[in-house]
Design a binder for this molecule. Structure first.
Ligand code: FCB
Length: 455
């Protein structure tokens, strides 16, 4: 019997701490209990798709190590645990019509109960990129019906977990799903469609809106969306136009419909697909408007667009249609090549709250650094510095009056980092790749202390 009551979105002036994972990155057990392949199971088998040729077949084996992972989350003293639900575990045929897999739901049921028993509130995300492959075979996010199926998933999950979940996120980073997945082909499903990916972006927004509506109809409160919005810092005045294209695809394609129920002219200039009335149908944008009660922001790095110099190779596939674009990140960089600048976090929180009027939460923030285990310990000072500086950036935003309700660190465990495989470690807990043994790093202990002192 679970007595603890799950916390929803913190109230104005309140602040929640958390830590995050995502299903495909940690669970493993890809064939267990009726789960079917996701697009990542397919994509990881494509030669050259993943930097180290690895996959998520075992990952951190979190499917079989729930108790161990719960103890690690509890040891941090955090208020929320952010995790995602593996669609192919719950609807193995992709759709409700193809049947619900109760054993898949059982896993999340145990996880949610285990959190509540420890006084931690669940913060589930419905979709963190592991689309059932059967739906991709029908077009994936290029197919409008995929959004309807996401709404069905929301209903099924709410039926089982809704009595013990206080807040929900629909999508994680639809920018990556659409543009890394369908424009650049560097994430699953690996399609290289350039500006054709805008169709996927629109369908992801619809899926969000329909899933949010399904959750609310079922009685859920505090339904939001998690976006990897970025501050866009053009290198020089001549870069203003390419910077506008980057801002349009990274930020405004989501915030425009959510806030105004419209795609703006600057976006439509680089994304003519969104003018097509067969894609963007009557009523679509009105359904998206107002569909999020809070915005989750995943922040790692700013974007520094520039106009390519004469003769310099130009064009950035994850920003399709922005002619002449190059990116010029500045040092210091983390191991994955992402510029470190905590001021960007203060700015993106302030800008997003000003733009939407909604409460904002940091739903992911963290750093990839190579670690070494010495005498059974990991002294990851660079990661501690990164977390400390970014938490200070959140405090700066709050002191400036921005309605920030929480901070969720990415990530609990060293895990399967998508196209980077296991070459990039973001965890505050080290995971041995052979034994899957977990060793909390210095950053884990630092974060636990920070949370314990409430910042
Ligand atoms: C984000 C993803 C998350 C993880 C971090 C490093 O884009 O949401 O799963 O890969 O980056």
């Amino acid at each position: 019997m679970v007595s603890s009551h799950p916390a929803g979105l913190p109230g104005r002036g309140e602040f929640s701490y958390g830590v995050a994972t995502a299903s495909y990155q940690v669970e493993g057990a890809i064939g267990a209990d009726g789960r079917t392949p996701s697009i990542w199971d397919t994509f990881t088998q494509v030669p050259g798709a993943i930097r180290d040729g690895s996959d998520g077949a075992t990952a951190c084996d979190s499917y079989h190590r729930v108790e161990e992972d719960l103890a690690l989350v509890a040891g941090l003293g955090v208020d929320h645990y952010r995790f995602s639900l593996a669609w192919p575990r719950i609807l193995p045929g992709g759709t409700l019509a193809a049947g619900v897999e109760a054993r898949g739901l059982d896993y999340y049921d145990r996880l949610v109960d285990g959190l509540l028993e420890r006084g931690i509130s669940p913060m589930p995300t419905l979709y963190h990129w592991d689309l059932p492959q059967v739906l991709e075979d029908d077009g994936g996010w290029l197919n409008r019906d995929t959004g309807r199926h996401l709404a069905d998933l929301a209903r099924v999950v709410h039926d089982r977990l809704g009595d013990r979940v206080g807040m929900w996120a629909t999508l994680n980073e639809p920018y990556c799903s659409a543009y890394l997945g369908y424009a650049a082909g560097i994430h699953a499903p690996g399609r290289v469609l350039g500006t054709g990916a805008h169709v996927a972006a629109h369908h992801l927004l619809l899926g969000h809106a329909w899933a949010a509506e399904a959750l609310r109809d079922a009685g859920a409160r505090d339904v939001g969306i998690v976006l990897n919005l970025a501050p866009v810092w053009p290198e020089r005045p001549e870069a203003a136009e390419v910077a506008d294209g980057v801002d349009a695809i990274r930020n405004r394609v989501w915030l425009g419909p959510l806030t105004d129920g419209a795609y703006d002219d600057g976006l439509l200039a680089v994304a003519p697909e969104l003018r097509d009335p067969d894609v963007v149908r009557d009523g679509d944008l009105a359904a998206v408007r107002g569909s999020a009660e809070w915005i989750g922001i995943n922040y790692y790095t700013p974007e520094r667009p520039d106009l390519a110099a004469a003769g310099e190779p130009a064009g950035v596939p994850v920003y399709p249609g922005v002619e002449g674009l190059v990116m010029r990140p500045r040092e210091p960089l983390t191991d994955i090549g992402w510029e470190v600048d905590a001021r960007g976090l203060t700015q993106v929180l302030a800008d997003t709250h000003a733009r939407t009027g909604l409460p904002v939460l940091v739903c992911e923030n963290g750093a990839a650094y190579h670690d070494t285990v010495v005498d059974g310990a990991v002294d990851d000072r660079a990661r501690v510095d990164y977390l400390r500086d970014h938490l200070a950036a959140v405090t700066a935003a709050r002191e400036a009056g921005v309605d920030v309700r929480g901070y969720v660190a990415w990530t609990l465990l060293d895990n399967f980092e998508w196209a980077e495989g296991y070459t990039q470690t973001f965890g505050i807990v080290h995971v041995d790749r052979q034994t899957r043994n977990r060793i909390p790093k210095a950053s884990y202990h630092w974060y636990a202390t920070h949370v314990g002192e409430r910042g």
